[in-house]
Design a protein around this ligand. Structure first.
Ligand SMILES: [Cu+2]
Length: 162
């Protein structure tokens, strides 16, 4: 009984540390701030994964997210999920994502996201997935998607997979 209590306490502390570690990471390239890039754990054999983050453009002129890539996926595309006749659909955004001057654009479940296609292996909670982002004006930066446990983000998953 005592041992079981101690194990439960240890698990609780570990979870708290994971949540704390996941809560604060951001990057800056030129005038672009990239807030908390994240993804979800994936089951074995899952062909795709989605990447989310906030992109803040502190410049006085617009910029654009042009492309993203990672060694862990064959292709990384920019997608937008949208509700069409009550069904969630995804569309590729080959022209990239405009980042208006002075604004924050969110990549989040149910909206814009990075789509990692033909992923090489499953993602485990707690690990970090390097992704290189290229912006038209700000240039190129490598960020890490933190693989967050499903409960770390609300609302629940609205991303309709392929
Ligand atoms: Cu998608």
């Amino acid at each position: 009984m005592k041992l079981r209590t101690r194990l439960a306490a240890t698990a609780g502390i570990t979870l708290a540390l994971l949540v704390a570690a996941a809560s604060a990471h951001e990057y800056t390239i030129g005038s672009i701030e990239i807030g908390h890039p994240w993804t979800r754990p994936t089951p074995p054999g899952a062909p795709t994964a989605a990447g989310y983050m906030t992109l803040t453009n502190n410049d006085t002129k617009d910029d654009r997210l042009v492309s993203a890539e990672t060694d862990l996926a064959a292709v990384t595309e920019l997608h937008r999920s949208e509700m069409v006749d009550g069904v969630m659909r995804m569309r590729a955004q080959p022209e990239g994502l405009v980042l208006p001057a002075g604004e924050t654009v969110r990549l989040e479940p149910g909206g814009y996201h990075l789509m990692l296609i033909d992923v090489e292996r499953p993602f485990a909670a707690g690990e970090r997935i390097p992704v290189t982002l290229t912006f038209e004006s700000a240039g190129t930066v490598t960020v890490e998607l933190s693989v967050d446990a499903p409960k770390a983000h609300e609302p629940a998953d609205t991303h309709a997979g392929h």
